[in-house]
Design a protein. Structure first.
Length: 117
């Protein structure tokens, strides 16, 4: 899991996930030697996992990302505050707006599409 906890602020619609990086996560080892950072794809996955918890469905998966901006690297000892808001749901397709903050700075933001199987 790429989240440690989730607080739902509006059931099925909005919430915040928290991930505390301690530095020994598997992805830091090879990305990048001498300057470990969290890979962008895993940042997006942390948003998707938060969205799945907020929506309350474990049977959906990340199926698309759009308008993603990475503004700051995420490094060991950072605490990710992952905010997600459900913007639209139709026929098992969920459109979610997400952002990740580190120390009140936006580190990443984008739109996610999640879909059922």
């Amino acid at each position: 899991m790429l989240i440690d906890e989730v607080k739902v602020t509006r059931k099925g619609k909005e919430g915040r996930g928290i991930k505390k990086l301690i530095g020994d996560e598997y992805f830091f080892e090879g990305h990048f030697p001498g300057r470990p950072i969290m890979p962008g794809v895993l940042i997006m996955e942390s948003m998707a996992q938060t969205a799945m918890a907020v929506i309350g469905r474990g049977d959906i998966k990340l199926s698309g990302v759009d308008k993603v901006k990475f503004r700051q690297t995420i490094e060991p000892d950072d605490i990710l505050k992952i905010d997600v808001t459900l913007k639209e749901e139709k026929d098992g397709i969920f459109k979610v707006e997400g952002k990740v903050e580190i120390d009140k700075n936006i580190a990443a933001a984008g739109l996610l599409t999640l879909s059922g199987e």
